[in-house]
Design a protein around this ligand. Structure first.
Ligand SMILES: C[S@@+](CC[C@H](N)C(=O)[O-])C[C@H]1O[C@@H](n2cnc3c(N)ncnc32)[C@H](O)[C@@H]1O
Length: 296
């Protein structure tokens, strides 16, 4: 098994990622850093532990040097897929699904997408990044599909979903931008807190939502309590997605989040039988990471 691992993240998250690795994977020893890439050595055999940091954009075991002209993405005998992350002639192997590899070409510091003037907030960009990931997984959001957005104000993400032809039910006690008025047939704002939401509320507007997008600025350990109830109502028919922007509100105590809060959240989500779970940081946002869950 490989002895080295690499983790790529945004420059501003490097020190937090180091703290995450130290607390969650104490058997890894810091080896060196190259710009926004951290390298670690595995001292003990902990092969049963999945080394998948929350604050990395992508990551994987490292197999060593390959010739300079090796193609960018190729399969190696271990069954892993290797790719060249532009560190000259090094080639590393990542643990993600093949379809996600085109994302590696994306600049992780800056969103490759641009925002129309009317978009009510920068969340437009991150919603785009997330829809892109869902597309890469082979499940693009189609016209007339239904979305629930929790924490929708002022409306950047909902604006994008509506532009894509989706029917959006937005939940937020805050005000949404007037720029969403042009989508009055496909966007409905329910001005309450998520803890008060009942399935019959969105049932008036939606039949079978395919995406539950959660972008609230509440503590994750609190958000999951209310999300569980919504997920119970939402999870019908399969093939649905939860996309949750997990905001680490207090970075001073992030070790507590990594060691206590996060494992509990994972256990709660496991009760809903996810078939795919992906965690990563995305370009347009800073102190948060993306959790994407696909349900059976
Ligand atoms: C980061 S902003 C959301 C940005 C939004 N997704 C957009 O696209 O413009 C977080 C939102 O969470 C909302 N929020 C906070 N607590 C909430 C709760 N308990 N239920 C629903 N929304 C909540 C806030 O009112 C705020 O508008």
């Amino acid at each position: 098994m490989p002895k080295f691992y690499f983790f790529v993240t945004k420059l501003e998250l490097i020190s937090l990622l180091k703290r995450e690795v130290k607390s969650r994977f104490p058997f890894l020893t810091f080896s060196f850093a190259h710009q926004n890439i951290l390298f670690y050595k595995k001292e003990e055999d902990k092969s049963k532990i999945e080394i998948a940091p929350l604050l990395a954009s992508f990551f994987g075991p490292m197999y060593g040097k390959f010739p300079v002209n090796t193609p960018k993405i190729f399969e190696i005998p271990t069954g892993h897929i290797a790719f060249n992350v532009s560190l000259k002639d090094f080639v590393y192997s990542g643990s993600y699904d093949k379809k996600l590899f085109s994302l590696l070409n994306q600049n992780i510091e800056e969103s490759p997408f641009s925002m129309p003037d009317l978009a009510p907030s920068r969340a437009y960009l991150k919603a785009w990044e997330y829809l892109q990931i869902i597309s890469e997984l082979g499940d693009p959001l189609e016209k007339d599909e239904e979305v629930i957005e929790i924490g929708c104000a002022p409306g950047g993400a909902s604006f994008l979903f509506c532009e894509r032809g989706a029917k959006v039910f937005g939940v937020d006690p805050g005000e949404v931008s007037k720029n969403l008025e042009q989508f009055s047939r496909s966007f409905y704002h329910h001005p309450i807190a998520m803890q008060k939401l009942k399935a019959k509320d969105w049932g008036i507007f939606l039949n079978n939502p395919r995406l539950l997008f959660c972008d609230v600025n509440l503590r994750p350990s609190e958000t999951i309590l209310y999300l569980k109830k919504i997920l119970g109502d939402f999870k019908k028919g399969g093939g649905q997605y939860l996309v949750w922007t997990v905001k680490l509100t207090d970075w001073r105590n992030c070790e507590e989040f990594f060691l206590k809060e996060w494992p509990k959240i994972e256990r709660e989500l496991a009760l809903f039988h996810p078939i795919l779970t992906l965690k990563r940081v995305v370009p347009s946002h800073h102190k948060e990471f993306l959790l994407l869950v696909k349900f059976r």
